[in-house]
Design a protein around this ligand. Structure first.
Ligand SMILES: *[C@@H]1O[C@H](CO)[C@@H](O)[C@H](O)[C@H]1NC(C)=O
Ligand SMILES: *[C@@H]1O[C@H](CO)[C@@H](O)[C@H](O)[C@H]1NC(C)=O
Ligand SMILES: *[C@@H]1O[C@H](CO)[C@@H](O)[C@H](O)[C@H]1NC(C)=O
Length: 220
C-alpha cells in the first residue's frame, strides 16, 4: 500500500517534470496570419536552456527544415524578414531528446485581407478579440466574420470580441471586407480547464490538446 503511494508520487513527479521541461513557441507579432513582406520573429521559450531546442517547420516546400534554412537565427529566436506565401506552414521547437513544443500554424497570404486571431490556444472563459485587417487601409473597415463557413457577425469597426469562450467556439474562422476580399482561414483552439479532475488527468488533457489535425486542416 505504502509502496504504491510512493510509486504514484514518483510517477506524478516525472509527469510534471516532463511538462515543465517543455519549450513554448511564441510568435511576434502575435498572429496566425500575415501579409507577404511582413517581419516575423519566432522564439523557443524554454524552461531548461541546456536542452538545446531547434526551431523547425513543415511547409509545402520543406520538411522539418531548421531556422538556418529559411530565417535568421538569433539565440533561441528566428527572424524572418519578408514573409512569403511559401512560408505558410506548421512551426515548432524540438529538442535533441525528441520532445516537441506546441505547434503553430502560420498562413501568409498574397491577398489584401488577414484575420488576426490568437496564435496559441485560448483558455476557456477568456475573451478573444479577432481583428480583420487590410494591407492598404490604415483604419479599420467594416468586416464580416465567419465560423466554419457560416456568417456569425458583421462589425462596423473590423473587430469582434467573443466573450467567455467555451469549447463550442472552437473552429475555423475567417473574415471578409467588402471591396477588399476575404482572409485565409485559421483555427481557434480552446483549452478547457477541468478543475474537478486530478493533476494527472489535467496533464493528459494538455498533451491531447496539441492536435496536428487542426494545423493540417489549415494547410490543406
Ligand atoms: C512534418 O512532416 C513530416 C513528413 O511529412 C511528418 O512526418 C511530420 O509529422 C510533420 N510534422 C508536423 C509537426 O506536422
Ligand atoms: C530579431 O528580432 C528581434 C525582435 O525584433 C530583434 O530584437 C533582434 O535583434 C533580431 N535579431 C536578428 C539577428 O535579426
Ligand atoms: C471534468 O472531469 C470529470 C471527471 O473526469 C468529468 O466527469 C467531467 O465531465 C469533466 N467536465 C468537463 C466540463 O469536461
Amino acid at each position: 500500500m505504502k509502496e504504491t503511494s510512493v510509486l504514484c508520487l514518483l510517477f506524478l513527479i516525472s509527469l510534471l517534470s516532463c511538462t515543465t521541461n517543455q519549450a513554448r513557441l511564441t510568435v511576434s507579432p502575435s498572429s496566425s496570419q500575415f501579409f507577404e513582406g511582413d517581419f516575423v520573429s519566432l522564439s523557443c521559450e524554454e524552461d531548461d536552456s541546456s536542452a538545446g531546442w531547434t526551431l523547425r517547420r513543415n511547409t509545402s516546400r520543406d520538411t522539418r527544415a531548421e531556422c538556418e534554412e529559411w530565417g535568421k537565427p538569433a539565440g533561441s529566436s528566428c527572424n524572418i524578414t519578408g514573409f512569403h506565401k511559401s512560408d505558410s506552414g506548421v512551426y515548432w521547437c524540438e529538442s535533441r531528446e525528441g520532445p516537441i513544443s506546441n505547434m503553430v500554424s502560420l498562413t501568409v497570404t498574397g491577398g489584401s485581407v488577414i484575420l488576426q486571431s490568437p496564435v496559441l490556444p485560448v483558455m476557456e472563459g477568456d475573451d478573444v478579440t479577432l481583428l480583420c485587417k487590410t494591407k492598404t487601409t490604415p483604419s479599420n473597415l467594416p468586416a464580416a466574420f465567419y465560423k466554419d463557413g457560416s456568417l456569425i457577425r458583421k462589425q462596423p469597426t473590423g473587430h469582434m470580441t467573443i466573450q467567455h469562450v467555451s469549447r463550442s467556439d472552437e473552429g475555423l474562422y475567417k473574415c471578409d471586407i467588402s471591396g477588399h476580399g476575404e482572409s485565409p482561414s485559421s483555427w481557434i483552439t480552446v483549452t478547457v480547464i477541468n478543475t474537478s479532475t486530478s493533476g494527472e488527468q489535467g496533464l493528459d488533457k494538455e498533451v491531447d490538446d496539441v492536435t496536428p489535425e487542426h494545423h493540417r486542416a489549415v494547410m490543406n
